[in-house]
Design a protein around this ligand. Structure first.
Ligand SMILES: Cc1cc2nc3c(=O)[nH]c(=O)nc-3n(C[C@H](O)[C@H](O)[C@H](O)COP(=O)(O)OP(=O)(O)OC[C@H]3O[C@@H](n4cnc5c(N)ncnc54)[C@H](O)[C@@H]3O)c2cc1C
Ligand code: FES
Length: 249
């Protein structure tokens, strides 16, 4: 695909817009692409990045990523007109609820981007969307205005420099009657959410950002245990989205 735009959103978060040949019509919110870093000779393992937004009419994809190592650093330096090799859309997506449902969307850090495409889809279903976004501090905030187009947004920061102080669960003071919770972020956050709602009737779907190797179900390098610990599931193939009843968080 061709790089249309590469914008720095925060100190270490970048938004990469890509155009070119891609199965845009097939994209489901929650799916990811697996990107070849450079010519693949120095770093043969592709890096998985979620699809933050897919514009079928414009024929473009937006990926939002945090620079943590060589691969994401390489992505951050791409310029308009550069070409990259990626595979996708991969994995499953978030199951969508009935029209007019009242849903809760919770994202933490770089777990936030795939929830943006999800909110676009939920809004087409006329859902009422509450959104909680967790960041490290005020300088780490990104995409908040974009999410505000689709629902009521509460931001949380670990140091209290913006919004509610503490983790995303600190924003859950008055629980509403949500039918479904969608979440992506660090495992401790997903566990805390599950614990918080353990006595409520709410369907929970979590997207896992496990480390991956092949990204297409061949190497079993990304497995998680099922809830009863009797089997495993591949995050790249059977996930990255799972019902929280299905897996051992
Ligand atoms: C399905 C899926 C979707 C993802 N979506 C996004 C996204 O939208 N935006 C985004 O910024 N990141 C996302 N990630 C995480 C991203 O894939 C990794 O940050 C990236 O592969 C790191 O590559 P690197 O070469 O920069 O880092 P490396 O040099 O490989 O590693 C640098 C550091 O990052 C850690 N690291 C690497 N991969 C992961 C991982 N998967 N989880 C936790 N720590 C990791 C390493 O342990 C190491 O400490 C996603 C991961 C998965 C599995
Ligand atoms: S990364 Fe190879 S099976 Fe998932």
């Amino acid at each position: 695909m061709e790089v249309l735009q590469n914008i720095q959103l925060t100190k270490d978060v970048f938004s990469l817009k890509l155009g070119g040949e891609f199965s845009y019509e097939k994209v489901q919110a929650g799916q990811f692409v697996n990107i070849l870093i450079g010519d693949g000779k120095t770093h043969p393992l592709r890096r998985p990045i979620s699809i933050a937004s897919c514009d079928v009419e414009e024929r473009s994809l937006t990926l939002i990523h945090r620079v943590v190592g060589v691969g994401t650093h390489w992505l951050s330096e791409l310029k308009q007109g550069d070409r990259i090799d990626l595979m996708g859309p991969l994995g499953n997506g978030f199951p969508l609820p009935d029209e007019n449902s009242k849903v809760l969307v919770v994202g933490g850090g770089v777990g936030i981007p795939p929830l943006y495409e999800l909110c676009k889809q939920l809004s087409k279903l006329n859902c009422y969307i509450d959104i909680i976004l967790g960041f490290r501090d005020e300088d780490d905030l990104f995409m908040v205005k974009e999410f505000e187009k689709y629902g009521n947004v509460i931001t949380c920061t670990e140091d209290g420099s913006e919004g509610v102080k503490g983790f995303v669960t600190c924003a859950l003071v008055n629980d509403e009657e949500w039918t479904t919770l969608y979440s992506c972020g660090p495992l401790p956050m997903l566990r805390a959410l599950k614990e918080h709602f353990s006595h409520k009737e709410i369907a929970g779907y979590v997207s896992l950002e496990e480390r991956m190797a092949c990204g297409v179900g061949a190497c079993y390098g990304c497995t998680v245990e099922t809830k009863d610990r009797t089997a495993t599931k591949r995050v790249c193939k059977e996930g990255p989205v799972f019902s929280w009843e299905e897996i051992c968080l």
